[in-house]
Design a protein around this ligand. Structure first.
Ligand code: SAH
Length: 358
């Protein structure tokens, strides 16, 4: 199988150039072309034709197919459904009813914020975590994405929008810490000074709470923002909503979060999806305040995007604002996330699900 150039570090490209009988600096040139979004070898006009031909024999540029784009007319959010090269066979796509031969699909969401354009990137096809409110869990797990496939989401989003992506949040489909090696390669590729040169601080990774990987991530990427999907502050309730809590209960999760802020000196974000009547009652918020008191953190309140199949509904905006005020009064910084793309199946896994069911 041909190597995907979008997956390679600058050093690996230099090695590839050497293997093909070229000087290593040619590898750096290729890396720069790839980082700038080149989609064919013909574009690499400063490389000798013979080298381009050899390169095309040995490697490819892993492109994604745009299967669907939804644009929210209100805020300009664009949600992409991208097709991967591998066909979807009957045992690859659990719970799916698509005919074989269709591409596997992943989602990315392009959002415009005052501080810049942000892309929400998927890290896996499907997810193993099984959170009961989440659309990604419904389709089951199919496979990990490679770093090159994560990079490709950024490239294709830029290509389609004609705009630059300056922030990345790994909050799309999948659990990034269940695909740590590929995630870590992806982050290093984004940061590479000769390539995209993205600041660590412009990147956020969100986890459902895989504690050992949180520790490792803090050591290896101390400047990358870490977000933890908390959603409940009581063990029994959280385990019901998020099975991962049975393996890594709140005590361990909160200890890891505290250790992370101490190690990095940086604030950690807790995501709290507000589900009507489930985790938005006064007693739920009291438990949340007790759990987070004194921690260097921000609580991001997100009224749940309703997913028909799960039976959960989101809290009202007004309720979310009340809860934010309650947290602030207790000394915990809280924001209510602007519901970007709420008109377009904006939540994790929803676009893929809708397409499958249609
Ligand atoms: N697996 C990682 C990252 C992907 S999900 C994690 O769990 O953090 C990104 C965020 O969206 C998580 O906080 C997740 O719990 C949340 N989420 C999933 N489905 C949602 C929905 N329907 N409405 C609002 N948030 C949702």
């Amino acid at each position: 199988m041909k190597q995907n150039l979008r997956n390679l570090t600058i050093r690996e490209m230099q090695e590839l150039a050497a293997e093909l009988g070229e000087k290593p600096y040619r590898g750096k040139q290729v890396f720069q072309w790839i980082s700038r979004g080149a989609e064919s070898f013909d574009e690499m006009t400063d490389l000798p034709k013979e080298f381009r031909r050899k390169l095309a024999d040995a490697a490819e540029i892993g492109l994604l197919k745009v299967l669907d784009v939804q644009v929210d007319p209100g805020d300009g959010t664009r949600k992409f459904l991208f097709g991967l090269p591998d066909p979807c066979d009957a045992d690859g796509e659990t719970g799916g009813d698509r005919p074989s031969g269709n591409a596997l699909a992943i989602e990315s969401v392009f959002m415009k914020y005052s501080y810049g354009n942000t892309l929400c990137v998927s890290s896996q096809v499907g997810c193993k975590m099984g959170c009961t409110f989440c659309a990604s869990a419904l389709g089951g797990f199919v496979r990990n994405l490679t770093a090159g496939e994560m990079i490709a989401q950024v490239m294709e989003a830029e290509h389609e929008t004609g705009e630059r992506v300056d922030h990345i949040v790994v909050m799309g489909m999948g659990e990034p810490f269940d695909n740590y090696e590929n995630l870590s390669r992806f982050l290093r590729l984004l940061h590479e000074p000769a390539g995209r040169n993205m600041s660590w601080r412009h990147i956020t990774v969100s986890t459902s709470g895989i504690v050992p990987m949180m520790d490792r991530f803090g050591d290896e990427f101390p400047q990358v923002n870490l977000a933890v999907s908390l959603h409940r502050a009581d063990d029994a309730d959280r385990s019901r909503l998020m099975p991962v809590n049975r393996r890594y209960p709140l005590k361990d999760l909160l200890a890891a979060a505290r250790a992370h802020t101490e190690k990095t000196g940086r604030r950690i974000t807790f995501e709290y999806a507000l589900i009507q009547g489930e985790n938005d009652r006064p007693e739920d918020i009291r438990a949340l305040i007790n759990a987070l008191k004194g921690m260097l953190c921000l609580v991001n309140l997100i009224p749940l995007n309703a997913v028909k199949e799960t039976g959960f509904a989101g809290s009202s905006r007004q309720r979310a604002e009340q809860i934010a005020a309650r947290l602030e009064a207790a000394g915990i910084t809280a924001t209510v996330r602007r519901e970007l793309g709420s008109e377009i199946d904006g939540a994790c896994g929803q676009l893929r699900l809708r397409r499958k069911n249609s």
